[in-house]
Design a protein around this ligand. Structure first.
Ligand SMILES: *Cc1c(COP(=O)(O)O)cnc(C)c1O
Length: 479
C-alpha cells in the first residue's frame, strides 16, 4: 500500500517504471507490430490470476510481453489513424500525482483544492468559449459522456416546458416519445446512443442534411424543426458538431444558433475534436458562434494533448445542471454548504483529471497548445495537396477544416483499400484509418502529432500505393 512507510518502495517502483517506459519511447521504431488477437490471446488467457508472481519486476516483465511489446504508440510519427494524440509531458507527470494521492473530486471533503482546480479550469474553458457569467460545467470521462450529459439536460428542460404548458396533468415519461433531437449525418454516433439511453426511442434523432463539405444545412434544420412541430412533436435539442470525426468539418455554428434561438430549442455543440481551436493563435475564428451554445462538449484528450481521460461538458446556465443533482444523506446532504462537484456530475467517485490540464497550462501555456494543434491542421493541408497532385491517389473529400485527410488509391476497390491498410499496419509501415464516403471505402489520416512532418507521411503513402498495386495485380490475375 502507498502509505507512511512505503516512500522508498514507491520511489523505486515509479523510477523503475519510468526508466523502462522512457527506454521504450526512445527505441520504438514503428507504431505497432500488427499483432492479431489470435496470436496474443493465448498468452493472456494462460496467465493464472489466482497465482501471483514472486515480485513486481516479474509482473512488469510479464506485461512487457502481454501488452507493451505490441502496444499501439500514438506518439510515433507514422501513427496517422484515429483521434489519439501524443501526450504533453506535464500532464503525464500530473497523472502520477493524481493516481498517487487518489483524490476523488465528488465532494469537497474528498478533494479540497482538487475541486477548486477543476472549477477554475471549467471557468477558464467557459470564458474561452464565451458562455457568459452564469456558465458552469464539470469534467467527464470523455466526449461520449459529455454528449449524454448535455442531451440529458436538453431532454429535461424540454420535458419541463411541456409539463408547464400542458393543460391536463401529465407525467414526464409520457412526453419522452414525442421528443426529437437534430444532428447532421456526420455527427458522432454517441448522439444516437445517448438518445437511446435517455429513453427517447429509435427515431428520436432526426438527420439534418449536410452540404458537400459535410456541414449541416441550417435552413434544413429550420425546416426539420417546423415539420416536427407541425406533427405535434417536441423539438428538444440540436447538435452541431465542431469538428466531425471523419471530415473535421465544422457546422455553421452561428446560423444554427439563430435557428435554435428562434425556435427555443437547446443548442448543443459537440467540440470534442475541435476544442483545441479555443487556444489556437491562427484558427480560433472557425468556432465563431460557439458562444451561443446552451451546452458544449470538449475533449481535452484529443486536441489538448492530454492523456485519456480528460473531457468536460460546459453549460450556459448553471441552473440547468440541477437535472443531475441528487442529495444523498451520506455524501452531499441538502444542508451541505460546500462546493460538491458530484451535484453536477453523472459520476460519483471521479478522478482529478483536471490536474493534468492544469499542469499543462501552467507549464506550456495555452498558446503553445494551440500552436501544436494548428501545426496538425497545417500538416493535413500539406498532405491533402500532396495526394491531390499524385496520380497514384485521389482525394475523397475537400481539404479539412481541421486535421483529417480522406483519400483513395486510384482505381482500387473497397477490398484493395481494406487489404492495403491492413498490410501496412502488419508490416509496421504506418497506421491509417478508413471510413465510408458516399458509400465507398476511403482511407483516412487523422493528424494530431505536432512533430510529424510530410516527410514522415509520404513513405506511408508510398507503402499504401505499393501494396495497393500488388493487390490489384493479384485481383486481376485471379479474375
Ligand atoms: C471522439 C468524439 C466523441 C466521443 O468522445 P470520447 O472521448 O471518445 O468518448 C464525440 N464526438 C466527436 C465529434 C468525437 O470526435
Amino acid at each position: 500500500m502507498l502509505g507512511r512507510d512505503s516512500a522508498d518502495a514507491y520511489q523505486a517502483l515509479v523510477s523503475q517504471v519510468s526508466q523502462s517506459i522512457s527506454e521504450r519511447f526512445a527505441t520504438v521504431d514503428r507504431p505497432w507490430t500488427g499483432i492479431t488477437p489470435g496470436e496474443l490471446g493465448p498468452a493472456v488467457a494462460a496467465v493464472d490470476l489466482d497465482r501471483p508472481l514472486p515480485s513486481f519486476s516479474d509482473a512488469f516483465d510479464e506485461i512487457g510481453d502481454l501488452y507493451l511489446r505490441d502496444a499501439v504508440w500514438f506518439h510515433h510519427p507514422t501513427y496517422l489513424a484515429h483521434l489519439n494524440c501524443p501526450v504533453a509531458l506535464p500532464a503525464v507527470a500530473a497523472e502520477t500525482v493524481l493516481a498517487s494521492v487518489n483524490t476523488s473530486v465528488d465532494t469537497w471533503d474528498q478533494s479540497a483544492g482538487g475541486t477548486l482546480i477543476e472549477q477554475r479550469l471549467i471557468a477558464w474553458t467557459c470564458e474561452r468559449i464565451g458562455l457568459g457569467p452564469d456558465a458552469d460545467g464539470v469534467f467527464t470521462s470523455g466526449g461520449t459522456q459529455s454528449n449524454l450529459h448535455a442531451l440529458l439536460l436538453a431532454r429535461d428542460e424540454a420535458v419541463e416546458q411541456v409539463l408547464k404548458n400542458s393543460e391536463e396533468p401529465m407525467r414526464g415519461v409520457e412526453v419522452l416519445p414525442r421528443l426529437r433531437l437534430f444532428a447532421s449525418p456526420h455527427s458522432h454516433f454517441s448522439v444516437v446512443k445517448a438518445a437511446r439511453l435517455l429513453g427517447l426511442g429509435e427515431d428520436a434523432v432526426i438527420t439534418v442534411p449536410a452540404d458537400d463539405r459535410f456541414r449541416m444545412n441550417p435552413a434544413a434544420l429550420d425546416a426539420a424543426i417546423e415539420t416536427c412541430r407541425a406533427a405535434g412533436l417536441v423539438p428538444a435539442g440540436a447538435v452541431a458538431t465542431a469538428g466531425t470525426t471523419d471530415f473535421g468539418s465544422i457546422d455553421p455554428l452561428d446560423s444554427i444558433a439563430e435557428v435554435c434561438a428562434a425556435h427555443r430549442v437547446w443548442f448543443h455543440v459537440d467540440a470534442a475534436y475541435g476544442c483545441g481551436l479555443l487556444v489556437s493563435p491562427d484558427r480560433r475564428e472557425l468556432l465563431w458562434g460557439i458562444e451561443h451554445a446552451d451546452s458544449v462538449t470538449v475533449d481535452f484528450h484529443k486536441s489538448f494533448f492530454q492523456p485519456v481521460s480528460s473531457s468536460a461538458v460546459l453549460v450556459r446556465d448553471r441552473a440547468s445542471l440541477r437535472h443531475v443533482t441528487h442529495h444523498a444523506d451520506y455524501l452531499n446532504p441538502v444542508e451541505a454548504l460546500s462546493p460538491n462537484q458530484v451535484d453536477k456530475s453523472l459520476q460519483t467517485t471521479r478522478r482529478l483529471d483536471a490536474l493534468k490540464l492544469w499542469m499543462t497550462l501552467r507549464t506550456l501555456g495555452p498558446a503553445q497548445i494551440g500552436t501544436m494543434f494548428d501545426r496538425a491542421c497545417e500538416l493535413a493541408g500539406e498532405a491533402w495537396e500532396y495526394l491531390d497532385a499524385d496520380p497514384r491517389f485521389e482525394t475523397a473529400a475537400p481539404v479539412s477544416q481541421l486535421s483529417t485527410v480522406l483519400f483513395r488509391l486510384a482505381g482500387a476497390d473497397d477490398d484493395v483499400h481494406r487489404a492495403a491498410r491492413e498490410a501496412i499496419a502488419a508490416a509496421g509501415e504506418g497506421m491509417v484509418a478508413s471510413t465510408r464516403v458516399e458509400g465507398r471505402i476511403a482511407l483516412k489520416l487523422t493528424l494530431l502529432n505536432p512533430e510529424t512532418t510530410l516527410g514522415d507521411i509520404v513513405p506511408v503513402l508510398d507503402a499504401l500505393a505499393r501494396h495497393g498495386a500488388r493487390l490489384q495485380q493479384i485481383g486481376k490475375e485471379s479474375a
